[in-house]
Design a protein around this ligand. Structure first.
Ligand code: SF4
Length: 398
């Protein structure tokens, strides 16, 4: 039985409603428990829970230090390609967006990775749009194999695949797979994903299980906050995490906390999640799932990230670029427009009016924390934490 069966009978809308009505006594009672149910989690993310945020924050902080110590694991995204055959209303890479696109060659991927290595990174997240021709299994396998000798931690955030297609990626050296469900609301999901294979909600929802079956030992999940009610999404991702912890127990699980950022296409968030809501959610997830890693990316501002760090975050990106070639300028000479998944040749006048005068591929979204990785590492140290660039070595598990 996959998570889809459990999800279909999950009373998430009712729990989200119950959350809105929870009182302070219910929040305190849930907070006092050592093992929480989903109903307890709904209490922690309630408006009444927001009134007890200081209390919740102390509990979350203590649990995080007990389970993870005073360390923050750092990683960097490396965008391989911004080609995509899906239309996701909220994403700059959507196939119908007339943007500048490129898929990096293996040499260009090595150059980008080398630039990140020189900054100190040893954990890398390879990101690509979904395009079977440009971003094939063989291409991804070759990218992983090219980096594996020097990168002890390689995760992928790419279009969902069959388990059999993941096997060669694991064999080549990838150990982590990240897949955002985007939204757990089926209706909103259908509205947001108007073309391409991503329209299949259940297929995406089962991706972490297929990845686990293929041998990935790090799994990352998340909704994208700003599409549906954040409390509903939080209840669903907590249920998803519980399922994966029970059924994919050899894997380390992380939950990311992405909120929508401005991007090409200028999509506006459909729902609001405040900074305080985000802080409350971090604490509630920590109390609900004490051993799950919580990831905060450069989508959030420097000031907010600094404030959220001690609450329960265990992993951060830093100095990120969301366009292929963003660290070295690699691939610029191959820029082109792709419309509906096909390359379109541009005339000179069109190049002249192309965004940024065609000097760089278009990024997926604007980042908010523009500090360098060294500045972020220094800040982590100043807060009394140790920045960890590498916490895993394949040799230890051989
Ligand atoms: S979110 Fe992913 S699948 Fe959707 S358009 Fe962007 S890159 Fe493509």
């Amino acid at each position: 039985m996959s998570f889809v069966s459990e999800f279909n009978s999950l009373p998430a809308p009712a729990l989200a409603q119950k959350s809105l009505a929870a009182g302070a006594a219910a929040v305190r009672a849930s907070l006092a428990k050592s093992k929480l149910s989903l109903a307890d989690f709904a209490n922690l993310i309630s408006p009444a829970g927001a009134e007890l945020l200081e209390h919740l924050g102390r509990r979350s902080h203590t649990l995080t230090q007990q389970r993870f110590g005073k360390v923050i694991r750092l990683f960097a995204p490396l965008y391989l390609s911004n080609e995509c055959i899906n239309n996701c209303q909220y994403c700059g890479f959507s196939r119908d967006n007339p943007i500048l696109r490129v898929t990096l060659s293996l040499d260009e991927v090595r150059r980008e990775a080398q630039a990140l290595k020189e900054q100190g990174f040893r954990n890398i997240l390879l990101v690509a749009g979904e395009h079977p021709k440009f971003v094939s299994v063989n291409y991804l396998r070759d990218c992983v194999a090219a980096l594996h000798p020097e990168w002890p931690g390689i995760s992928l955030e790419v279009g969902p695949m069959e388990a059999a297609d993941y096997v060669p990626l694991v064999a080549a050296g990838a150990d982590g797979l990240v897949v955002y469900q985007e939204t757990y609301d089926r209706k909103v999901y259908a509205d947001m994903h108007t073309a391409g294979p991503k329209r299949n909600f259940d297929w995406r929802l089962e991706t972490p299980e297929r990845a686990y079956a293929a041998g990935f030992r790090r799994l990352g999940i998340s909704p994208l906050y700003g599409l549906a009610d954040w409390r509903f999404e939080a209840i669903c991702v907590a249920a998803h995490a519980e399922y994966l912890l029970r059924n994919c127990w050899k894997a380390q699980l992380t939950i990311s906390l992405p909120r929508l950022r401005p991007c090409a296409g200028e999509f506006q968030p459909l729902t609001h999640m405040s900074n305080r809501d985000l802080a409350q959610l971090i604490c509630a997830l920590r109390v609900m799932c004490p051993d799950v890693g919580l990831v905060l990316s450069t989508r959030e501002s420097a000031k907010l990230r600094d404030g959220l760090l001690p609450l329960g975050v265990t992993m951060m990106s830093a100095g990120s670029h969301t366009e292929p070639g963003g660290y070295t300028g690699a691939g610029r000479e191959k820029l082109h427009q792709t419309v509906r998944g096909r390359i379109v040749e541009l005339g000179a006048s069109e190049w002249a009016s192309a965004p940024e005068n065609a000097t760089a591929a278009t990024g997926q979204f604007q980042i908010a924390d523009e500090r360098s990785s060294q500045e972020v590492a220094e800040l982590i140290r100043r807060l009394g934490y140790e920045p960890v660039w590498k916490d895993w070595d394949a040799a230890l598990t051989a």
